[in-house]
Structures are given as C-alpha cells and as structure tokens.
Design a binder for this molecule. Structure first.
Ligand code: OFO
Length: 176
C-alpha cells in the first residue's frame, strides 16, 4: 500500500510525464510543418514514449492501492525558433525530469517504500539514456551550425533513429 506522500509524489510525476508527451508532440507537429520529417518522426516517437512512461506510473499506482489521476494539461508552446532551439529545450526538460525522478527516489527512501524505490529504478536508467541522447543531438547541431546541407543530413539521420526507436517502443509497450 502506498503512503499518501508517495502516492502524491507519483501523481505529480504522472503529470510531468503527460506534459512531456504533449510538449514533444507540439514540437513534432511544428517540425512536420517545416518539412523536417526526420525530426518530426523522432519527436512523435518520443512523445509516445513519454505517454508510455505516464501509463506505466498510473498502472503501478493503481496496482499498489492508490489512484493514478489523469491530469489536466496546459497548452505547450507551438512555435519554435529552430531545430537547435528545440533540442536544447528537450535536453533542459530531460535534466529537469531526471531531477524530479531523483527527488521521488529520495521520498521513497524516507518513507521506507522499497517496492516503489525498486520500481523507480527503471526511470533512473531511462533518464540516463534520454539525457545522453539529447546531449548527443545538441552536440551534432552545434557542429552543423547554419549549414543547410548539414541540417538535411541530420534530418535523414533522425529518421533512422526514429524508426529504430519505433521498433524498441513496440517491444517496450508489450513488455511493461
Ligand atoms: Fe519520461 O523520460 Fe523524458 O521526460
């Protein structure tokens, strides 16, 4: 059974995952209107992954006798300056999510809730991957600078990453 503190903290995380999903979805839609299909595909997949993170939390809270609340969400920004600005935002956002996961882990330790602590380890590892990927993309974009040709190839590269992630996402969804 979840303590009210842990339950409240998990519901806050549910909201953060849901708003991450909306945020990346909005970025994806902008990229698509700019003809950046690779960037859009990558971000659409990323938005789906965040939704899966939310769902996994809702199911866990419910299984443990709590109530996973589906939150109301604020409209995310829908205009972006550039692809680089988008991925800098993604990195900043993921760093924030990592810090929230860490706070959550700390709460479970204080509450001696080792089951939730164990469950959260999946999110701890996931954040390492997500931050590293975002950082890698921002570094690439820094190298490209204003080179339009470079951006074209970058977009194509992301298309490849998105389809690889799609495969992984499918397996993840079945297994979690
Ligand atoms: Fe849910 O991992 Fe990104 O935000």
């Amino acid at each position: 059974m979840l303590s009210s503190k842990v339950s409240k903290a998990l519901n806050t995380q549910i909201e953060l995952e849901a708003s991450s999903s909306q945020y990346y979805l909005s970025m994806a839609s902008w990229a698509e209107t700019e003809g950046l299909n690779g960037v859009a595909g990558f971000l659409y997949t990323h938005a789906d992954e965040e939704r899966m993170h939310m769902l996994k939390l809702i199911k866990f809270v419910n299984e443990r006798g709590g109530h996973g609340i589906v939150p109301a969400l604020k409209q995310p920004p829908h205009k972006f300056k550039s692809v680089k600005a988008i991925f800098e935002e993604v990195l900043k956002h993921e760093i924030k999510v990592t810090s929230e996961i860490n706070n959550l882990v700390e709460i479970t330790l204080k509450e001696k809730d080792y089951t939730t602590h164990n469950f959260l380890q999946w999110y701890v590892s996931e954040q390492i991957e997500e931050e590293a990927l975002a950082r890698q993309i921002v570094d690439k974009l820094k190298l490209i600078g204003d080179d339009k040709g470079g951006l074209y190839f970058f977009d194509r590269d992301l298309e490849g990453i998105a389809s690889a992630q799609d495969g992984k996402g499918g397996a993840d969804k079945g297994g979690k």
